[in-house]
Design a protein around this ligand. Sequence first.
Ligand code: BDP
Length: 739
Amino acid sequence: PEAFRAIGAHHTLVYGDGTLVDTVYDEVGRARARYGGTVRRLSGQATEPERAGADETPADLVLALAPTGSPPAGGALPAEVGSELGAEVAGLGPEGFALARRGGVTVLLAAAPAGLLYGLFHLVRLGPAAFGADRPVEAHRPALRLRLVSHWDNLDVHPVMGQVERGYAGGSIFWRDGAPAGDPERIRAYARLLAACGMNAMTVNNVNVHGTATRLLTDRLDDVAAIADLVRPYGIRVHLSVNFAAPVSLGELPTADPLDERVRAWWAKAAGRLYEAIPDFGGFMVKADSEGQPGPYRYRRDHADGANMLADALAPFGGVVHWRAFVYNHRQDWRDRSTDRARAAYDHFTPLDGRFRDNVILQVKHGPIDFQVREPVSPVLTAMPNTRLALEVQATQEYTGQQRHVCYLGPYWSEVLRFAPWGPGRPTVASLVAGPADDGDGAPAGNGGGASAGGGGLVVVSNVGDDHYWTGHPLAQANLYAVGRLAWAPDLDPVAVLDEWIDLTFPASATGDPDSEPGAGSDGEPGIGSDGELGTEPDSGSDRKPDADRETLRGTLHALMDDSWRTYERYTAPLGVGFMVAPGHHYGPDVDGYEYSRWGTYHFADRDGVGVDRTRASGTGFTGQYPQPWSDRYESLADCPDNLLLFFHHVPYRHVLRSGATVVQHIYDTHFAGVDQVARMRRRWDRIGGSGLVDAALHARVADRLAEQQRCAEEWRDQVNTYFLRKSGVPDAHGRRIH
Ligand code: BDP
């Protein structure tokens, strides 16, 4: 509620009908109840004139649905602004909105209800700036149409993975022990949070579909429908992860062969049932022939056969299939140098380009291996021009500190989205997954049209659970926020995005604003910072100067977070080589943990050097999967970026990097520097302890995790440095102690 302060203090008029407009009206209403403004609603045609009663305060904020581009006439809306904005919204698609402030009235227009909802959250971000001086017309629309959160939530507690696979934020908000988790308010609040971040879809179950989860398609369908009902008011569509062999595992058919008519009919029927219960159901997500999940290979069919069969079942209803490209041999023989896991997705999928139905989206992990702290962009994204592609990133910090370490991933995702595989001035990864600019016709995503219908957007693996702060580490919330914002606008500066998150999360009142009302809002909402709100408990009034306090807090958070991804990179596996994590749970160092295993994730360190030779000249040939100029840049020892050197090359320890340091000295230096940086982060956080700048419980939670981060970073430093000292025999040039 605090973030809605600016809106709540104004007099608002909402024009329009529909569930999402109801939500907008309710949101403004809740803010108004707290901050003294007023809100009125006019339904029906957007052109209906305002009928202001004599006793009603004139509106200075107008939120209006204008489906045909014609703004509501008369009353509060200055005519000239109305027509300027009306002209804009016509081309903004179903989620866009246009905004201006003129003559003391702020006007927001959208062609469809979702646009009004996103516009409202935009106003919240602007805060008082939306109500000050005049603002010229600004138009917003999402760069990516499909912005989906993938939950790796199990229905049943998995013996190894628990309730949420790779979950570091407590249990699932959807499921507990095979049944619904039983907290609908939490799910509703989550949908609100996702909409505020800019997301518009989610899966509610793990991509590894086992046990009861298979039955979500059949006798547990009502559980999915119940979730869909809760999240619909915030524009979130529900998708389902499905098991490719469901007809067999449910005991209904002897085969799951995608070309078998019985199988096709089975899925068509399942889709029909789903759409009957959930008319706006989004579609299926499938992990097939991957890490033990069943798929079309079992029936000697290929991935296009498999994906298209499901796509055909969904097509009559407008649904899409997210088919994952994460397919590789997970039972490799480490002695066999002929397979390179990095090559796998490209080798499996690029021959199928052009064969997928229009409503199939190939979901590609951002790097060729597996969400490591540093990987090049997956070349699959560059090599399938006739396929709708989605970029998959991981907010859950499986390989980036498991929400015990501060690791703000906005800068990483921003680098990926802005990467231009054909060189400067050519398409970026963001544009590849956006598809050609949409024409604003309002057609729902997934309604066909092939690659020209638009790209597959972005998928993020969720970092959320039933933890009090949503994400275990309170600062990990910023990753959820950033991914939504970057999916909407990939060019945003991730540090500026962090600033937005800070403003929304740590409201002014937390820094001593005398107007603050600690605890429950007057509308009975839970207080800021309790479950259900993205924020912190405001400190009760104090005489500190709010501005100075705010800047202290802002400075502290930036000092901790801005560079935290690179800090994490410094003290873990060096120069893009990846892994070196403990097998299984993937937390903390284990230098040779994966070296002689079946997973295909090796660093090949020996007494002479380290790194994976993926060159065309002498290695696996992986560099040949990239277009120019990157293919040659990665191939060349001299031109390969330092931070990816060991991803592409096996080099001697004394090889000199572009930075001028030797590889082994770089390893020592960065590992010492990374740990020092964590120690500084910790001291910085300690300095604001007891100051009341943030809620005490939140401060303590972060402080505990920083202590663990420092312990773990030291362990990384000592294992990695010692390992390379022993392997190479090269002493540290600065004579520091290496164990
Ligand atoms: C890996 C995770 C594993 C997931 C897999 C996937 O370790 O738990 O099932 O990705 O994306 O990173 O399917």
